[in-house]
Design a protein around this ligand. Sequence first.
Ligand SMILES: Cc1ncc(C[n+]2csc(CCOP(=O)(O)OP(=O)(O)O)c2C)c(N)n1
Length: 321
Amino acid sequence: MADSFSLSLKELARRNKSLAPGHRACAGCPFPAVVRMTLSASDYPVVVANATGCMEVTTSIFPFGAWPVPWIHNAFENAAATISGVEAAYKALVRKGVVPADKKIKFIAFGGDGGTYDIGLQSLSGAAERGHNFLYILYDNEGYMNTGIQRSSSTPYGASTTTSPAGKVLHGKLQHKKPIVDIMAAHGIPYAAQASVSHWNDYVKKVRKALSIEGPTFIAVYSPCVPGWGYPENKSIEVAKIAVESGFWPLYEVENGYYKINYRPRNPVPIEEFLKSQARFAHLLNYPEAIEELKRFIQERWKFLEFMEKRREIDGVTENV
Ligand SMILES: Cc1ncc(C[n+]2csc(CCOP(=O)(O)OP(=O)(O)O)c2C)c(N)n1
Protein backbone atom coordinates (compact mmCIF):
# COMPACT_ATOMS: atom_id res chain seq x y z
CA MET A 1 0.00 0.00 0.00
CA ALA A 2 1.43 3.37 -1.01
CA ASP A 3 1.84 6.01 1.70
CA SER A 4 3.96 9.09 2.24
CA PHE A 5 7.05 6.95 2.86
CA SER A 6 6.74 4.81 -0.28
CA LEU A 7 9.14 5.31 -3.17
CA SER A 8 8.53 3.78 -6.58
CA LEU A 9 11.05 1.29 -7.87
CA LYS A 10 11.72 3.66 -10.76
CA GLU A 11 12.53 6.55 -8.43
CA LEU A 12 14.66 4.31 -6.23
CA ALA A 13 16.65 3.15 -9.28
CA ARG A 14 16.97 6.73 -10.54
CA ARG A 15 18.57 7.79 -7.26
CA ASN A 16 21.04 4.93 -7.69
CA LYS A 17 23.23 5.56 -4.65
CA SER A 18 25.19 2.38 -4.68
CA LEU A 19 28.39 0.84 -3.45
CA ALA A 20 31.15 1.30 -6.01
CA PRO A 21 31.82 -1.71 -8.24
CA GLY A 22 34.68 -3.84 -7.01
CA HIS A 23 33.57 -4.43 -3.43
CA ARG A 24 34.46 -7.98 -2.41
CA ALA A 25 31.15 -9.24 -1.05
CA CYS A 26 30.55 -12.90 -1.96
CA ALA A 27 28.69 -13.56 -5.20
CA GLY A 28 24.99 -13.41 -4.47
CA CYS A 29 25.34 -11.71 -1.07
CA PRO A 30 22.32 -9.47 -0.56
CA PHE A 31 23.85 -6.85 1.75
CA PRO A 32 24.97 -4.63 -1.17
CA ALA A 33 21.27 -4.44 -2.09
CA VAL A 34 20.50 -3.45 1.51
CA VAL A 35 23.10 -0.66 1.34
CA ARG A 36 21.90 0.50 -2.07
CA MET A 37 18.26 0.63 -0.97
CA THR A 38 19.15 2.41 2.25
CA LEU A 39 21.29 5.12 0.66
CA SER A 40 18.86 5.63 -2.22
CA ALA A 41 15.91 5.82 0.19
CA SER A 42 17.32 8.81 2.06
CA ASP A 43 16.27 12.31 1.01
CA TYR A 44 19.22 13.70 2.99
CA PRO A 45 23.00 13.35 2.97
CA VAL A 46 24.05 10.55 5.33
CA VAL A 47 27.10 9.66 7.38
CA VAL A 48 27.63 5.95 8.00
CA ALA A 49 29.39 4.08 10.81
CA ASN A 50 30.08 0.43 10.15
CA ALA A 51 30.95 -2.25 12.69
CA THR A 52 33.55 -4.83 11.78
CA GLY A 53 31.94 -7.68 9.88
CA CYS A 54 31.35 -8.84 6.29
CA MET A 55 29.96 -5.50 5.18
CA GLU A 56 32.93 -3.60 6.50
CA VAL A 57 35.74 -5.95 5.45
CA THR A 58 34.48 -6.38 1.89
CA THR A 59 33.85 -2.69 1.21
CA SER A 60 37.06 -1.20 2.56
CA ILE A 61 39.94 -3.23 1.18
CA PHE A 62 42.93 -0.93 1.52
CA PRO A 63 43.60 1.35 -0.33
CA PHE A 64 40.09 1.29 -1.80
CA GLY A 65 36.70 2.20 -0.41
CA ALA A 66 33.36 1.29 -1.97
CA TRP A 67 31.21 3.79 -0.04
CA PRO A 68 29.82 6.82 -1.87
CA VAL A 69 29.14 8.64 1.43
CA PRO A 70 31.25 9.67 4.46
CA TRP A 71 31.92 6.38 6.22
CA ILE A 72 33.70 5.44 9.42
CA HIS A 73 34.84 2.00 10.42
CA ASN A 74 34.89 1.20 14.10
CA ALA A 75 35.43 -1.86 16.23
CA PHE A 76 33.10 -4.86 16.21
CA GLU A 77 31.41 -3.67 19.40
CA ASN A 78 30.80 0.05 19.05
CA ALA A 79 29.04 1.12 15.87
CA ALA A 80 26.28 2.79 17.88
CA ALA A 81 28.72 4.58 20.21
CA THR A 82 30.66 5.85 17.20
CA ILE A 83 27.62 7.18 15.37
CA SER A 84 26.45 8.88 18.60
CA GLY A 85 29.78 10.70 18.71
CA VAL A 86 29.46 11.77 15.09
CA GLU A 87 25.91 12.98 15.68
CA ALA A 88 26.98 14.89 18.81
CA ALA A 89 29.83 16.49 16.84
CA TYR A 90 27.36 17.59 14.16
CA LYS A 91 25.15 19.21 16.81
CA ALA A 92 28.17 21.02 18.26
CA LEU A 93 29.19 22.29 14.80
CA VAL A 94 25.64 23.54 14.19
CA ARG A 95 25.71 25.32 17.58
CA LYS A 96 29.02 26.98 16.69
CA GLY A 97 27.67 28.06 13.32
CA VAL A 98 30.21 25.97 11.38
CA VAL A 99 27.45 23.87 9.82
CA PRO A 100 24.30 25.79 8.81
CA ALA A 101 21.35 24.88 11.02
CA ASP A 102 19.18 24.08 8.02
CA LYS A 103 21.66 21.56 6.61
CA LYS A 104 20.04 18.31 7.64
CA ILE A 105 22.31 15.29 7.83
CA LYS A 106 21.21 11.80 8.81
CA PHE A 107 23.34 9.36 10.79
CA ILE A 108 23.22 5.64 10.11
CA ALA A 109 25.08 2.74 11.72
CA PHE A 110 25.28 -0.68 10.11
CA GLY A 111 26.15 -3.78 12.10
CA GLY A 112 25.96 -7.53 11.58
CA ASP A 113 24.10 -9.78 13.99
CA GLY A 114 27.24 -10.59 16.00
CA GLY A 115 27.98 -6.87 16.28
CA THR A 116 24.40 -6.12 17.30
CA TYR A 117 22.68 -8.96 19.20
CA ASP A 118 25.88 -9.84 21.04
CA ILE A 119 29.00 -7.76 21.35
CA GLY A 120 27.57 -4.37 20.32
CA LEU A 121 24.39 -4.63 22.37
CA GLN A 122 25.72 -2.54 25.25
CA SER A 123 26.83 0.35 23.03
CA LEU A 124 23.56 0.18 21.09
CA SER A 125 21.55 0.14 24.31
CA GLY A 126 23.55 3.09 25.64
CA ALA A 127 23.11 5.16 22.48
CA ALA A 128 19.37 4.40 22.48
CA GLU A 129 19.06 5.38 26.14
CA ARG A 130 20.94 8.65 25.55
CA GLY A 131 18.47 9.45 22.79
CA HIS A 132 20.85 10.22 19.93
CA ASN A 133 19.35 10.99 16.57
CA PHE A 134 20.42 8.01 14.45
CA LEU A 135 19.18 4.98 12.58
CA TYR A 136 20.79 1.65 13.41
CA ILE A 137 20.47 -1.01 10.70
CA LEU A 138 21.19 -4.58 11.62
CA TYR A 139 21.79 -6.78 8.58
CA ASP A 140 20.95 -10.15 10.02
CA ASN A 141 22.76 -13.08 8.37
CA GLU A 142 22.36 -15.18 11.52
CA GLY A 143 26.01 -15.86 12.25
CA TYR A 144 29.54 -14.53 12.59
CA MET A 145 30.15 -14.98 8.92
CA ASN A 146 33.37 -13.15 8.02
CA THR A 147 35.32 -15.00 10.71
CA GLY A 148 34.21 -18.50 9.75
CA ILE A 149 30.48 -19.08 10.25
CA GLN A 150 30.26 -19.26 14.03
CA ARG A 151 26.93 -19.20 15.85
CA SER A 152 25.58 -15.90 17.19
CA SER A 153 22.61 -15.29 19.45
CA SER A 154 20.71 -14.67 16.24
CA THR A 155 21.48 -18.09 14.72
CA PRO A 156 18.22 -20.05 14.63
CA TYR A 157 17.56 -23.15 16.70
CA GLY A 158 18.84 -26.26 14.93
CA ALA A 159 21.20 -24.52 12.50
CA SER A 160 24.62 -26.08 12.08
CA THR A 161 27.57 -23.68 12.37
CA THR A 162 31.27 -24.19 13.08
CA THR A 163 30.64 -23.59 16.79
CA SER A 164 27.30 -25.40 16.96
CA PRO A 165 28.02 -28.24 14.54
CA ALA A 166 25.39 -30.87 13.83
CA GLY A 167 26.72 -34.38 14.42
CA LYS A 168 26.24 -37.39 16.66
CA VAL A 169 25.90 -35.30 19.81
CA LEU A 170 24.04 -32.17 18.73
CA HIS A 171 21.42 -31.40 16.13
CA GLY A 172 22.88 -27.93 15.64
CA LYS A 173 22.29 -24.87 17.83
CA LEU A 174 20.28 -25.50 20.98
CA GLN A 175 18.98 -21.99 21.61
CA HIS A 176 16.45 -19.82 19.78
CA LYS A 177 17.07 -16.34 18.37
CA LYS A 178 16.88 -13.32 20.63
CA PRO A 179 13.92 -11.04 19.89
CA ILE A 180 16.17 -8.11 19.01
CA VAL A 181 13.45 -5.78 17.68
CA ASP A 182 11.44 -6.21 20.89
CA ILE A 183 14.59 -5.67 22.95
CA MET A 184 15.20 -2.38 21.12
CA ALA A 185 11.53 -1.36 21.30
CA ALA A 186 11.63 -1.97 25.06
CA HIS A 187 14.09 0.93 25.31
CA GLY A 188 11.14 3.19 24.53
CA ILE A 189 12.69 4.40 21.28
CA PRO A 190 10.25 5.95 18.80
CA TYR A 191 10.67 3.35 16.07
CA ALA A 192 11.90 -0.22 15.71
CA ALA A 193 11.10 -2.54 12.83
CA GLN A 194 11.80 -5.90 11.26
CA ALA A 195 12.18 -6.12 7.47
CA SER A 196 13.64 -8.38 4.81
CA VAL A 197 15.80 -7.74 1.77
CA SER A 198 13.23 -9.75 -0.21
CA HIS A 199 10.45 -7.20 0.46
CA TRP A 200 12.10 -4.05 -0.91
CA ASN A 201 9.05 -1.82 -0.74
CA ASP A 202 8.43 -2.58 2.92
CA TYR A 203 12.13 -2.08 3.70
CA VAL A 204 12.45 1.24 1.85
CA LYS A 205 9.32 2.55 3.56
CA LYS A 206 10.73 1.59 6.93
CA VAL A 207 14.05 3.30 6.24
CA ARG A 208 12.28 6.48 5.11
CA LYS A 209 9.98 6.43 8.11
CA ALA A 210 12.91 5.86 10.50
CA LEU A 211 14.91 8.71 8.91
CA SER A 212 11.94 11.06 9.26
CA ILE A 213 11.83 10.52 13.02
CA GLU A 214 13.94 12.44 15.56
CA GLY A 215 15.66 10.13 18.02
CA PRO A 216 17.06 6.62 17.96
CA THR A 217 15.49 4.23 15.45
CA PHE A 218 16.28 0.62 14.65
CA ILE A 219 15.66 -1.74 11.73
CA ALA A 220 16.59 -5.43 11.54
CA VAL A 221 16.77 -6.51 7.91
CA TYR A 222 17.00 -10.19 7.01
CA SER A 223 20.04 -10.81 4.81
CA PRO A 224 20.80 -14.46 3.90
CA CYS A 225 24.39 -15.69 3.53
CA VAL A 226 25.39 -17.92 0.60
CA PRO A 227 28.39 -19.74 2.17
CA GLY A 228 27.08 -19.63 5.76
CA TRP A 229 23.65 -21.04 5.03
CA GLY A 230 24.58 -23.18 2.03
CA TYR A 231 22.35 -22.43 -0.94
CA PRO A 232 23.04 -21.50 -4.59
CA GLU A 233 24.28 -17.95 -5.06
CA ASN A 234 21.30 -16.90 -7.18
CA LYS A 235 18.81 -17.78 -4.43
CA SER A 236 19.40 -15.15 -1.71
CA ILE A 237 16.22 -13.20 -2.32
CA GLU A 238 14.18 -16.39 -2.72
CA VAL A 239 15.49 -17.78 0.57
CA ALA A 240 14.71 -14.48 2.35
CA LYS A 241 11.23 -14.59 0.85
CA ILE A 242 10.59 -18.13 2.10
CA ALA A 243 11.64 -16.97 5.57
CA VAL A 244 8.88 -14.36 5.46
CA GLU A 245 6.30 -16.52 3.72
CA SER A 246 6.80 -19.40 6.17
CA GLY A 247 6.27 -17.06 9.11
CA PHE A 248 9.82 -17.58 10.33
CA TRP A 249 10.67 -13.87 9.91
CA PRO A 250 7.57 -11.71 10.46
CA LEU A 251 7.57 -8.18 9.03
CA TYR A 252 6.46 -5.79 11.75
CA GLU A 253 7.13 -2.41 13.28
CA VAL A 254 6.85 -0.81 16.70
CA GLU A 255 6.04 2.88 16.69
CA ASN A 256 6.09 4.61 20.06
CA GLY A 257 5.34 1.28 21.70
CA TYR A 258 2.54 0.31 19.31
CA TYR A 259 3.11 -2.91 17.38
CA LYS A 260 1.91 -3.40 13.85
CA ILE A 261 2.27 -6.56 11.75
CA ASN A 262 2.99 -5.29 8.23
CA TYR A 263 2.46 -8.52 6.35
CA ARG A 264 0.52 -11.71 6.99
CA PRO A 265 1.36 -14.57 4.61
CA ARG A 266 -1.95 -15.52 3.01
CA ASN A 267 -0.98 -19.13 2.29
CA PRO A 268 1.92 -19.75 4.64
CA VAL A 269 4.68 -21.91 3.18
CA PRO A 270 5.50 -24.88 5.48
CA ILE A 271 8.61 -24.25 7.59
CA GLU A 272 10.08 -27.43 6.07
CA GLU A 273 10.45 -25.51 2.78
CA PHE A 274 12.58 -22.90 4.53
CA LEU A 275 14.68 -25.64 6.15
CA LYS A 276 15.08 -27.55 2.89
CA SER A 277 16.34 -24.47 1.07
CA GLN A 278 19.64 -24.43 3.03
CA ALA A 279 22.44 -26.85 3.91
CA ARG A 280 22.74 -25.57 7.50
CA PHE A 281 19.41 -27.29 8.27
CA ALA A 282 19.90 -30.43 6.11
CA HIS A 283 20.37 -32.72 9.15
CA LEU A 284 17.20 -31.41 10.83
CA LEU A 285 14.94 -33.36 8.51
CA ASN A 286 16.04 -36.41 10.52
CA TYR A 287 15.04 -34.71 13.77
CA PRO A 288 11.25 -34.23 13.61
CA GLU A 289 11.17 -33.21 17.28
CA ALA A 290 13.58 -30.35 16.55
CA ILE A 291 11.35 -29.19 13.70
CA GLU A 292 8.38 -29.32 16.09
CA GLU A 293 10.31 -27.18 18.56
CA LEU A 294 11.07 -24.63 15.84
CA LYS A 295 7.38 -24.57 14.86
CA ARG A 296 6.36 -24.06 18.48
CA PHE A 297 8.76 -21.12 18.75
CA ILE A 298 7.47 -19.53 15.55
CA GLN A 299 3.86 -19.90 16.71
CA GLU A 300 4.72 -18.38 20.10
CA ARG A 301 6.33 -15.41 18.35
CA TRP A 302 3.24 -14.84 16.22
CA LYS A 303 0.99 -15.12 19.27
CA PHE A 304 3.12 -12.49 20.97
CA LEU A 305 2.99 -10.15 17.97
CA GLU A 306 -0.79 -10.58 17.56
CA PHE A 307 -1.23 -9.88 21.26
CA MET A 308 0.97 -6.78 21.15
CA GLU A 309 -0.86 -5.48 18.10
CA LYS A 310 -4.14 -5.53 20.07
CA ARG A 311 -2.89 -2.56 22.08
CA ARG A 312 -3.65 -0.35 19.10
CA GLU A 313 -7.30 -1.41 19.19
CA ILE A 314 -7.52 -1.00 22.95
CA ASP A 315 -6.11 2.54 22.75
CA GLY A 316 -7.99 3.37 19.53
CA VAL A 317 -4.77 4.04 17.64
CA THR A 318 -5.19 3.77 13.89
CA GLU A 319 -2.30 4.59 11.56
CA ASN A 320 0.27 7.09 12.75
CA VAL A 321 1.26 7.47 16.36
C1 LIG B 1 36.32 -7.62 20.43
C2 LIG B 1 36.41 -8.43 19.17
N1 LIG B 1 36.18 -9.76 19.20
C3 LIG B 1 36.28 -10.48 18.08
C4 LIG B 1 36.62 -9.88 16.91
C5 LIG B 1 36.77 -10.71 15.65
N2 LIG B 1 35.64 -10.51 14.76
C6 LIG B 1 35.63 -9.58 13.79
S1 LIG B 1 34.22 -9.58 12.91
C7 LIG B 1 33.61 -10.88 13.80
C8 LIG B 1 32.27 -11.49 13.47
C9 LIG B 1 31.28 -10.53 12.89
O1 LIG B 1 30.05 -11.15 12.82
P1 LIG B 1 28.76 -10.31 12.48
O2 LIG B 1 28.68 -9.09 13.31
O3 LIG B 1 27.59 -11.23 12.58
O4 LIG B 1 29.00 -9.84 11.01
P2 LIG B 1 29.14 -10.68 9.65
O5 LIG B 1 30.59 -10.97 9.46
O6 LIG B 1 28.31 -11.90 9.77
O7 LIG B 1 28.63 -9.75 8.61
C10 LIG B 1 34.50 -11.27 14.79
C11 LIG B 1 34.28 -12.40 15.72
C12 LIG B 1 36.84 -8.50 16.89
N3 LIG B 1 37.14 -7.84 15.78
N4 LIG B 1 36.75 -7.80 18.04
